[in-house]
Design a binder for this molecule. Sequence first.
Ligand code: PLP
Length: 389
Amino acid sequence: MKNRLEQERMERRNAHCERLLRPDCGAVGRIFESHQGLLVNFGSNDYLGLATHPELRETAYEAAKRWGMGSGGSRLLGGDHQLFHQFEEWFAQEKRRERALLFNSGFSANQAIAVALASSHTTFLIDRLAHASIIDGVRLSGAPFHRFRHNDLTHLEELLSRTEGEKIVWTESLFSMDGDRAPLVEISRIAKRYSALLVVDEAHADGLFGERGGGVIEELSLQGEVDLALSTFGKAYGSFGAAVAGSELLIDALIQKGRSFIYTTALPPPAVAAAWRAMQIAQEEPWRRKRALELAERFRSAMATAGGSTLQSASQIVPVVIGDSGSALDAARALQNAGVWAPAVREPTVPAGTARLRINFTASHTDEDYQQLLNAVLKLPPFSAGGER
Ligand SMILES: *Cc1c(COP(=O)(O)O)cnc(C)c1O
């Protein structure tokens, strides 16, 4: 077996697909110290710049002083907490749903949703670009699933019309690798037409869209059409954890049957307190989401002028398609030499031939940061006149 793992490792290395940890790369903050010197961070999901916000630090500190760090157990066996219930009540109201439930992460929430909702006559219909946590959850549930072509309503409808029994349509509102949005109004209409349950993962959209930052569902007033909505706290909300909002019946099913909810230690109270405060700041300070989205828009225009592809990006996440994995790594290295951190995303995370730089804009980026990024990207071979063809 060791030989096989060694063999697999060599193959990944040769294909430029090895995944590498970066101890010098702080996920938060607009600038971090690396072995290449200071890098401006365009790789963070801290979209609203809240992870290092003084009020979040203070809130977490106060919560830790009051309640300690660990919750001490699973929620069903002694790790439950008044704070969790107060938050869930507030969150359900904000989301205009009957009930909400905390999860340790978006990953484990998606597992619980799949496992709790599936029966022997349930079929899942999932967008082809859906996050690994959705795919893994569905696989774990044992129920059959079909993947519809990315954002392809005709394909979704075709699959639904051929599916018997219970149907669950599951998509993200904003896709994390392409930065594009799902046509949620149309998807919700189709789901209704085929009596399918609709689950929407707002991991990258929550905090950024909607008048109060409540996500794409809020922006489109689809609260009544989406059966379960997932928000995560580790991205725009600068903390850690997740919450699902929906009807009393569905949330109760998650509590009764969601194994990744039942058999795990509850979140640390400071993480929940900080996420809660972050949501309030996001509501009170709309300039944060406007800033991140405006920088992304500016960058997409510049890329269009330069003849680059940013796919269908319509959010704070902007891919710059490079092509093969090796070239994408070279491009990421060139950016690092120019003082900019933006990760190369390669196979198998994205389809072969579409390896890319993924550039995340945040509320913390200054105009100078933006210019530094743009200058560096325009010097990459696909864009600079002097580059190889
Ligand atoms: C990040 C992400 C998750 C996982 O959330 P965590 O809280 O980081 O575990 C789930 N779904 C989508 C679409 C994501 O982007």
